[in-house]
Design a binder for this molecule. Structure first.
Ligand code: SAM
Length: 186
């Protein structure tokens, strides 16, 4: 798999831009209507903008932050150090040994479009295997033609692994542009 660690400048920029986008992250987590006792996997947790909000919500549950990047995982680990119920996993999903049916909710926020098209299906397949029966995947991605993924492809990826669509929308989101939101259930 092609993958490059972020530079120090990229980490700084992402953390700075998060001041503009934190409200979007909060709204997104609110839309999940978590009870607080779920086991949640955040796939591609990056700088931890979503992880911080999820960790606060999960009073009795657990949050697992998984990222292929050592630098991003280190960033999120530092940021969430005061939260006890958080696990950190470094690696590429398909090469990790993780128990099936472990998670109630999987959050995938701006990750799949960064994975090369030929590698996407195997990762989505593995995500589906980690979900409990009745568990949900919340996925949000940019749809720009230059750097994004189409709703058609996302639907194919998720339905091909046996997940059922609960909701899907495409909308403009400031300051990012066009994004798709989907919720799928196992
Ligand atoms: C654009 S960032 C999004 C970060 C975070 N989800 C957010 O929205 O703030 C994409 C993240 O996905 C991670 N990533 C990319 N490919 C991955 C893979 N195959 N497995 C796990 N993480 C991956 C990157 O390292 C990066 O942290």
């Amino acid at each position: 798999m092609n993958f490059a660690e972020p530079s120090g400048f990229e980490i700084f920029l992402t953390r700075s831009v998060s001041i503009l986008t934190c409200r979007n992250y909060r709204r997104y987590v609110e839309s999940m209507k978590l009870s607080g006792s779920e086991n949640v996997l955040e796939y591609g947790s990056g700088s931890g903008n979503m992880s911080v909000i999820l960790a606060k919500e999960l009073k009795d549950g657990t949050l697992t932050c998984l990222d292929i990047s050592e630098k991003w995982l280190e960033t999120v680990r530092k940021r969430l150090r005061k939260f006890r119920r958080v696990n950190y996993i470094l690696g590429d999903l398909t090469e990790l040994e993780l128990p099936s049916g472990r998670f109630d909710v999987i959050v995938v926020h701006f990750v799949i479009h960064d994975i090369s098209p030929t590698d996407r299906q195997a990762r989505v397949q593995k995500l589906a295997s980690l979900l409990k029966i009745g568990g949900r995947i919340y996925l949000k991605e940019p749809t720009r033609e230059t750097h994004g993924i189409s709703l058609t492809e996302v639907r194919r990826l998720l339905s091909d692994v046996g997940l059922k669509e609960i909701a899907s929308t495409e909308r403009k989101e400031s300051p990012i542009g066009d994004v798709l939101h989907v919720v799928y259930e196992k």
